[in-house]
Design a protein around this ligand. Structure first.
Ligand code: PMP
Length: 419
């Protein structure tokens, strides 16, 4: 099946039905979810109309074709992130993938992987900047196993340092879980350093790649992380599907969090033997159409080239930062002006609640995100309940940012906060 018949033109807003339909609005909320290009929607549509069937079941021609498309999608996604095909497991989203790792590890002692089991005296290290999706599963794993959860602190800008992480990681550390890119600050973590520190301590690494896979060239194999998670809907694909990455030999040992049809070799009334990864994790009927869309999105981004995507977003990030820094009484969160950051900018407007800022911008046709962005510990450290976030993607234009800049310049006056 040919999912992308024409080579995508980078930054072509007119390739996106949502952006065509909402031509009078600036969509600056791609860190929450991204818009899908025609090519991805067409791939989903074509598959659903002409090839849809259950995968990995039975021996019909229909199943064979659908399985071929499903596995083809896996292959594209694996290639996109520098993984082997057996190292990509389909999950509902990144949140689900992270839970699958944590739940699997919590079963390790009783499910044939005692060397992966955690217990009292063991430590799990996260950072204070984590999205709740990469925090709560580890809280639960710690409770279930008696291990201790420790957090690398963030400073008043919401940033953590490798030195602080190195000071917390010890021979007691069994796992280090951290975001490649913070969804609040746009900070890009020094993954190689963390992998080295964790490796020297004999700890596993889990990379939350939710905000990096869509935006940066990513080679998980070369980075050397043990596990990673990312979502299709943040990288031009549909909702309802994401990926769990794991090094093949680890995935074959990790107990499957969910069990049932399609995961097994033999089943008796008392016991079951499981297939190797990825099948051992993909229980039940799979979201095949979504997988095809996810694969088409990875292919679409690959054809544009992730170096180009990153270069464009770095440019947009610079413009967003300038827009925020130019307004008196508006404080930037995260890396300083000029420092490297991903294509998103969060900020606090002195004297105006983030929700009012969001409403004001929305009324002027600018979609941003307000709230704690599922990172309450980080916001607690910043001393605010909520921030406003503007985020860019491959289709974001300088016009979008200019419109945002013009509106932001008026927000404090509108609410009488500059008097
Ligand atoms: N981690 C990060 C850094 C995120 O930005 C998000 C989405 N906001 C998630 C995890 C969770 O992603 P999803 O909701 O797609 O599972």
């Amino acid at each position: 099946m040919n999912t992308t018949s024409t080579t995508p033109t980078a930054f072509a807003r007119d390739a996106y039905p949502y952006l065509r339909h909402n031509a009078d609005r600036a969509y600056l909320d791609s860190a929450a979810t991204s818009q899908r290009p025609d090519a991805v929607l067409a791939a989903e549509d074509a598959f659903a109309r002409t090839e849809y069937a259950a995968v990995h079941r039975g021996s019909s021609m229909a199943t064979g074709e659908a399985t071929w498309a499903f596995e083809g999608a896996r292959e594209r996604i694996a290639r996109f992130v520098g993984a082997g095909e057996r190292e990509i497991v389909f999950a509902e989203n990144a949140t689900d993938a992270l839970n699958v790792i944590a739940l699997g590890l919590s079963d390790a002692a009783t499910f044939g992987a005692p060397h992966l089991a955690l217990g009292p005296g063991d430590e799990i290290v996260v950072t204070e900047a984590e999205h709740h999706a990469n925090l709560i599963p580890w809280q639960r794993l710690a409770r279930r196993t008696g291990a201790t959860l420790r957090a690398v602190p963030v400073d008043e800008r919401g940033l953590w340092s490798v030195d602080d992480l190195a000071a917390i990681v010890s021979e007691r550390t069994r796992l280090v879980a951290f975001a490649h890119v913070s969804n609040v600050t746009g900070y890009i973590a020094p993954v190689a350093d963390v992998v080295q520190i964790a490796g020297e301590a004999g700890a596993l690494t889990v990379l939350d790649a939710c905000q990096s896979a869509p935006h940066l060239p990513l080679d998980l194999g070369a980075l050397g992380v043990d596990f990673a998670a990312f979502s299709s809907h943040k990288m031009l694909g549909p909702t309802g599907i994401g990926a769990l990455y794991g090094r093949a030999e680890l995935l074959d040992q990790l107990p499957p969090a969910r069990t049932g049809g399609s995961t097994i070799t033999t089943v008796t009334i008392d016991d079951a033997q499981f297939l190797p990864a990825p099948q051992r994790f993909e229980a039940g009927t799979q979201p095949v159409t979504q997988a095809v869309g996810f694969g088409a999105a990875a292919e679409y981004l690959s054809e544009i080239g992730m170096e180009r995507v990153r270069a464009h977003e770095a440019e947009m990030a610079g413009q967003l930062v300038d827009a925020v820094a130019a307004v008196p009484g508006v404080e930037l969160v995260g890396p300083e002006v000029g420092a490297e950051r991903a294509g998103l900018v969060s900020f606090v407007v002195d004297g105006v609640h983030a929700h009012d800022v969001g409403q004001f911008l929305d009324d002027r046709g600018i979609t941003v995100r307000t709230g704690h962005h599922c990172a309450q510990p980080l916001h607690r450290r910043l001393g605010v309940a909520a921030t406003t976030r503007a985020s860019a993607y491959v289709y974001t234009s300088a016009d979008d940012v200019a419109r945002f800049a013009a509106a932001l310049a008026e927000v404090r006056t509108f609410f009488g906060a500059d008097r």
